[in-house]
Design a protein around this ligand. Structure first.
Ligand code: 3HC
Ligand code: NAI
Length: 698
């Protein structure tokens, strides 16, 4: 028998204990162990079987690392069928997370008991597939079509209590899974309880599946797995179990072989790989319990909220008492949102706002802070003044961080007497919602300060990516470039609206012009002014139509108008009538004859600009690996997750064609379209970005 499943016979109950850390994924050895364990229990005359997981969880699902590789026997559907076909009752005891194939094993069993903290779900759609071991056939039979569609198409996890309410779990008990499972099995044996096979339950009542399919497709922004799963549930209503299983398998394989599955699995592993950095091996972070935040505007208030919600105490310094109270008001609003959504209760809300948070105008109040994050105006002189005060006020060993979007962290660090303690912690707006954190490591930043940044990110529930110092770090630097490509297309004949529509169809949450309106057009304006002052490269194209919008006081959503007009609310944007005349005037001024752009060309140029700049960012070591860029764009810039990120997308397109496009466009505009040396190198060596990811993790 395999070691992954232990076997014991206790009072005529065969106990199968899964032991495959860290999450008891259902790899080949586990599957074989389950099949062997059932057979042995029957052979040895056991009266019931208990399956549970050792360690932190029941089975968290199929082993995702096996996806895309040749299948290994026994397959998970056969394992679930074998469990169900056992001649004696099978009980599962759930704790931790019974997800995907883990829940499907539980559905194959005859009785299900769980500890109250257990969570269950079928998250397969988030990996680009659907439940493929009978989940789409058994769950609707057990809990009805509405609940099954909800769980399967959303992929959400539910707590044991909610699962019991819909009939998915039979019983909830406090205790160790092994003990509550054994007690339940003994009770069932004593009662002479029968086997209960879910597959033998009648077909569930159907629904209007065509409508559900269309609605699900429309809600998933181009991702196909949730809608495909609807068709599998339909089969559970319309076909006998065996045939339904065949249909599930066909649809499962269709998705398993799709690019979307590849993109989503890449995203899953990339998101977990970003924090694994050789430079941090064995480096202990400093302890952080109390933090300081300087500036309580949009970002400072968001950062403070996020820190409070993760259990840190916060001292926020503002310029005046009024500004300090305004900052507290903003934090109060954010916390009220968390209260409304049920993330915290009233008591917790009051404690966070009135006890864990202090607002002040005195830097002396930062004496006990373990880490301080500066979020004042984006101006080097102001930042240097603030860091001089921090240098004087903070205790030795305190980490001094800046939330700057573009400014040089080395220069900020050099203005203090302790550059090793200085780091960039670049949060995204709104900081209590957005999960991305760029950890900007300056030349002199000490490794344990970097480790402290990662530990803080983890404590705050962020996905942290290491970045080096350059103008805009990873994300904003790449954004500046693809936004410039969009501006060039506008000058040459596309409209901002056509560009947004083409990119939203590609899968971005929002096109670049809608994003700019949301962020505030003043931000881009300030960057353009700074870059012009520093001097644009010889022969670089420039455009000023966006500046004219700002000069007229249109800063996007916050002023009601930008590229779009928001008179009917932020969700009902319509083109701002003032924009096209400004663009046409500029085309005339620059002597440009407009031409048409197809949506396909828009996407190709935009994506090529993004990937090319990203390859420069990786080539220069600003991002350690291509996967760091992917995660940055996925979590901070609305890149469609099912495409895996720009580097994964580029690999799937083929780097050669992409480089060819860049070289072709370079003939018209050699300043903008300069191929990244790394891209040229990879193409000449017949390698791709994934090869670099693998080398880095080897
Ligand atoms: N297969 C292989 N490895 C897995 C895995 C899986 N299903 N789930 C997690 N892991 C690995 C992670 O990659 C990570 O490895 P690392 O330490 O080398 O980076 C390690 O287990 C721990 O994972 P997390 O860091 O994510 O740990 P958390 O405690 O934060 O979260 C979890 C635990 C909630 C179980 C989370 O890992 C998770 O959501 N896992 C995926 C669950 C899932 O999607 N299951 C469905 C799989 S598809 C399926 O079952 C198909 C079937 O229908 C046929
Ligand atoms: P903001 O203008 O909303 O807030 C700045 C706050 O800092 C104001 O409340 C101001 O009173 C305060 N302040 C200024 N000087 C101060 C000083 N010397 N001491 C104490 N408080 C002071 O600006 P926002 O948008 O919050 O940006 C702050 C920083 O975060 C900037 O560096 C910006 O580039 C960066 N950032 C902004 C993002 C955004 O989307 N708004 C995203 C990521 C980073």
């Amino acid at each position: 028998m395999s070691d992954a499943i232990g076997y014991e016979l206790i009072d005529d109950i065969a106990v199968l204990a899964a032991d495959n850390p860290p999450v008891n994924a259902l790899g080949q050895a586990v599957r074989q162990g389950l099949v062997d364990g059932i057979a042995r229990a029957e052979r040895e005359g056991a009266k019931a079987i208990l399956i549970y997981g050792k360690g932190r969880t029941f089975f968290a699902g199929a082993d995702i690392r096996e996806f895309g590789k040749p299948p290994l026997e026994p397959g998970l559907p056969e394992v679930c069928d074998r469990i169900e076909a056992a001649t004696i009752p099978v009980v599962v005891a759930l704790h931790g997370t019974a997800l995907g194939g883990g829940l499907e094993v539980a559905l194959g069993a005859h009785y299900r008991i769980a500890v109250p903290s257990a969570r269950v779900g079928l998250p397969e759609v988030h990996l680009g597939i659907l439940p493929g071991a009978g989940g789409t056939q058994r769950l609707p039979r057990l809990v009805g079509v509405d609940s099954a569609l909800d769980l399967i198409t959303s992929g959400r996890h539910v707590k044991a209590g909610a699962a019991k309410q819909i009939g998915l779990i039979d019983r909830i008990e406090e205790g160790e899974p092994r003990e509550i499972g054994l007690a339940y099995a003994r009770e069932l044996v004593a009662e002479g309880a029968p086997r209960r096979a879910v597959s033998e339950m009648p077909n569930p009542q159907g629904a209007d599946f065509d409508t559900v399919y269309e609605q699900t497709l429309a809600a998933s922004r181009g991702q196909i797995s949730p809608a495909t799963a609807v068709r599998a549930v339909q089969a559970a209503c319309e076909l006998p179990f065996e045939q339904g299983m065949k249909r599930e398998r066909e649809l499962f394989m269709e998705l398993m072989n799709s690019d979307q599955r590849e993109g989503l699995i890449h995203a899953f592993f990339a998101e977990r790989a970003v924090a694994r950095l050789p430079e941090l091996d064995g480096v202990a972070p400093r302890s952080v319990k109390a933090i300081g935040v300087i500036g309580g505007g949009t970002m400072g208030a968001g950062i403070a909220t996020s820190a409070l919600l993760s259990g840190l105490t916060v001292t926020l310094v503002e310029m005046s008492d009024d500004a300090a109270q305004a900052a507290k008001g903003r934090i109060g609003n954010n916390l009220a949102g968390a209260l409304k959504r049920g993330k915290i209760n009233q008591e917790k809300h009051d404690a966070l706002l009135n006890e864990a948070l202090t607002v002040t105008t005195s830097y002396d109040d930062l004496a006990r802070a373990d880490l301080v994050i500066e979020a004042v105006f984006e101006d080097m002189d102001v930042k240097k003044q603030v860091f001089a005060k921090l240098d004087a006020a903070c205790k030795p060993g305190a980490v001094l961080a800046t939330n700057t979007s573009y400014l040089d962290v080395n220069e900020i660090a050099a203005s203090t007497s302790r550059p090793a303690d200085v780091i960039g912690l670049h949060f995204f707006s709104p900081a209590h919602v957005m999960k991305l954190l760029e950890i900007v490591v300056a030349d002199k930043t000490a490794p344990e300060v970097t480790a402290t940044g990662f530990a803080l990110g983890k404590a705050m529930g962020k996905v942290s990516v290491r970045a080096g110092v350059c103008d805009g770090f990873i994300g904003n630097r790449i954004l500046s470039t693809y936004r410039t490509a969009a501006d060039h297309m506008v000058l040459d004949g596309a409209t901002p609206y056509q560009i947004d529509a083409a990119l939203e169809k590609f899968g971005f949450a929002m096109g670049p012009f809608a994003v700019a309106d949301l962020a505030g057009l003043d931000i881009g304006w300030a960057v353009r002014k700074r870059k012009r002052a520093e001097g644009l490269p010889e022969g670089a194209r420039d455009s000023t139509y966006a500046d004219k919008l700002c000069e007229d006081g249109h800063f996007g959503q916050k002023t009601g108008k930008g590229y779009y007009d928001y008179a009917d609310g932020p969700r009902k944007r319509k083109p701002n009538a003032e924009v096209m005349p400004l663009i046409e005037a500029e085309r005339k001024e620059q002597g440009i004859t407009r031409r048409d752009f197809s949506d396909d060309e828009i996407v190709r140029r935009y994506m090529a600009a993004m990937v090319n700049e990203a390859a420069k960012v990786v080539g220069e070591g600003i991002a350690r690996r291509p996967l760091d860029v992917d995660v940055t764009l996925l979590y901070g810039y609305g890149f469609p997750r099912y495409r895996g990120g720009p580097m994964k997308w580029a690999d799937m397109q083929g780097l050669e064609g992409l480089l060819e496009d860049i070289r072709t466009w370079g003939k018209e505009d050699p300043v903008f379209w300069q191929p990244a040396p790394l891209l040229e190198k990879l193409v000449s060596e017949g390698r791709n970005f994934e090869d670099l990811n693998k080398e880095a993790s080897a």
